[in-house]
Design a protein around this ligand. Structure first.
Ligand SMILES: Cc1cc2nc3c(=O)[nH]c(=O)nc-3n(C[C@H](O)[C@H](O)[C@H](O)COP(=O)(O)O)c2cc1C
Ligand SMILES: O=C(O)C(=O)c1ccccc1
Length: 378
C-alpha cells in the first residue's frame, strides 16, 4: 500500500493495517491497547454486528443531506473526532494536522488536554472565525488552578465546549504499556503544561515490578481521584461554554449528569481502555438516551469503523459519533490528507447506508431502522 495510491484503501481497517506495519512498538501498543484482556475493546466493534438494519425502500434517495447540529453549531455530518493524547507520535504535525483535516471536512474535533501541541497552537493552525467547532477535553487535575487555566485558555482561543472526562480517576491497566514501560519520545512534551512535573518523562517510569506503566504512574500523580459530581458543578460554574461529560455508561449516571446541569453526554468506555468487561458503548447507548429523554444531546464513541455503525448509533439515540483510533492510523499514514481521506471514506459509507435504508436526512434515521439481537455472552 503506497501513499501515492490512496485508492488502494477501501475501508478504515486499511489505515490501521498501514499503521501497524509502520509505527514503532511503544506508540503502536499505546494507541491500540485496551485494558486487561481487551474484552471491551473487542466488544466495542463486535456489538455493532449484533444490530440488524431494517432498510426502507422506494423513498427517492437521490439527494442525501448528512448535515446536523451539535451544541447548536452546524457540522457537515455526525462523524467527529474524539480526543486522543500525544498525536505527534503518529505524525510530526500531530494535533495540528488533525485540526486542519477537521476544518476541511467541517466537523468537530475534540483536543485532548494531554496533547503534544498546545491549545493555542492548534487554534492558530485553523482559520480564525471558522465555523468548524473545536472542543477541549479536560481532566480535573490535582492542581485546580491549572485546571481552571485550561478552561480559560480554551475559551480565549475560541474552543466552544469542554468535554470533561469522568472515567479516569486512575488509568486502566494496559498490559502492553506495562511491558514496554511506555514513554513519550524525548523530543515531545505534554504541550499544555510548561512545568517539569507535568511531563511524562522516561525517568519517571517505574519498573515492571512496580506493576504499573510509566503512564499509569504519571496519571496517578496528576489526576485527582477524589473527583465527584460536585466537581462537575464546579467546572460548570467556571466555564462560559457548554460542559459535557465523557464516559457515561449507565442510565443512573446519565440522570445524575443531567441533574448536575451538563450540556451533553458522551457515552464512552474510553475505547475499552479503562474498566475491562464494561459494556460496548453501542449496548449502553439506548439506556442512556432513554434516561436523558431529550433533555441534553447524547453522543457516542467506541468501535465506530463503518458508515453502518454510525447509522446504528444514530438510530439508538446518538446525535453524533466520535472516532478515536482511526484518526491516529490515518494521521500516521498521511498526516492531514490521511485524516481527510479517512473521514471522506466513512462519510461516503454513511451516505450509502442512508440511501440504502431510505433516509435522506439524519433526522430520518429512527429507532425502527434497527433491531438489536440478544447480547452474546462475553
Ligand atoms: C491512544 C488513545 C489516547 C486517548 N487519549 C484520551 C485522552 O487524552 N482523553 C480522553 O478523554 N480520551 C482519550 N482516549 C479515548 C478516546 O477519546 C475515545 O473514547 C476512544 O478512543 C473511542 O474509541 P475508538 O478508538 O474505538 O474510536 C484515548 C484513546 C486512545 C486510543
Ligand atoms: O491513554 C489514554 O487513554 C489517556 O486518556 C491518557 C492520555 C494521556 C496520558 C495518560 C492517559
Amino acid at each position: 500500500m503506497s501513499k501515492a495510491d490512496p485508492s488502494s484503501f477501501v475501508s478504515l481497517d486499511d489505515f490501521e493495517q498501514y499503521a501497524q506495519a509502520n509505527l514503532d512498538r511503544n506508540a503502536l501498543d499505546y494507541y491500540r491497547s485496551g485494558a486487561q484482556d481487551m474484552i471491551t475493546l473487542r466488544e466495542n466493534q463486535r456489538a455493532f454486528d449484533r444490530i440488524i438494519i431494517r432498510p426502507r425502500i422506494l423513498r427517492d434517495v437521490s439527494t442525501i443531506d448528512m448535515r446536523t447540529n451539535i451544541q447548536g453549531v452546524s457540522i457537515s455530518s455526525p462523524i467527529c473526532i474524539a480526543p486522543t493524547a500525544m498525536q505527534r507520535m503518529a505524525h510530526p504535525e500531530g494535533e495540528c494536522a488533525t485540526a486542519r483535516a477537521a476544518e476541511r471536512k467541517n466537523t468537530c474535533m475534540i483536543l485532548s488536554s494531554w496533547s503534544t501541541t498546545s491549545i493555542e497552537d492548534v487554534a492558530a493552525t485553523t482559520t480564525q472565525g471558522n465555523q468548524s467547532p473545536k472542543w477541549l477535553q479536560l481532566y480535573i487535575y490535582k492542581d485546580r488552578k491549572a485546571t481552571q487555566r485550561l478552561i480559560e485558555r480554551a475559551q480565549d482561543a475560541g474552543y466552544t465546549a469542554i468535554a470533561l472526562t469522568v472515567d479516569t480517576p486512575y488509568l486502566g491497566r494496559r498490559l502492553a504499556d506495562i511491558r514496554n514501560r511506555f514513554r513519550l519520545p524525548s523530543h515531545l512534551t505534554m504541550a499544555n503544561f510548561s512545568d517539569q512535573k507535568s511531563q511524562v518523562s522516561q525517568s519517571k517510569t517505574t519498573s515492571i515490578s512496580d506493576n504499573a506503566s510509566g503512564l499509569a504512574t504519571y496519571v496517578a500523580s496528576q489526576i485527582d481521584p477524589t473527583l465527584s459530581w460536585k466537581h462537575v458543578e464546579w467546572v460548570k460554574s467556571i466555564a462560559r461554554i457548554p460542559v459535557l461529560v465523557k464516559g457515561v455508561l449507565t442510565a443512573e449516571d446519565a440522570k445524575l449528569a443531567v441533574e448536575a446541569g451538563v450540556d451533553g453526554i458522551i457515552v464512552s468506555n474510553h475505547g475499552g481502555r479503562q474498566v475491562d468487561t464494561a459494556p460496548a458503548t453501542i449496548d449502553a447507548l439506548e439506556e442512556v438516551s432513554l434516561a436523558v429523554d431529550g433533555r441534553v444531546e447524547v453522543y457516542l464513541d467506541g468501535g465506530i469503523r463503518r458508515g453502518t455503525d454510525v447509522f446504528k448509533a444514530l438510530a439508538l439515540g446518538a446525535k453524533a459519533v466520535f472516532l478515536g483510533r482511526p484518526v491516529l492510523w490515518a494521521l500516521n499514514y498521511n498526516g492531514e490528507d490521511g485524516v481527510v481521506e479517512m473521514l471522506e471514506m466513512i462519510n461516503e459509507e454513511l451516505r450509502l447506508a442512508m440511501a440504502l435504508t431510505g433516509c435522506v436526512n439524519v433526522s430520518d434515521i429512527k429507532r425502527d431502522h434497527v433491531r438489536v439481537l440478544p447480547q452474546a455472552r462475553l
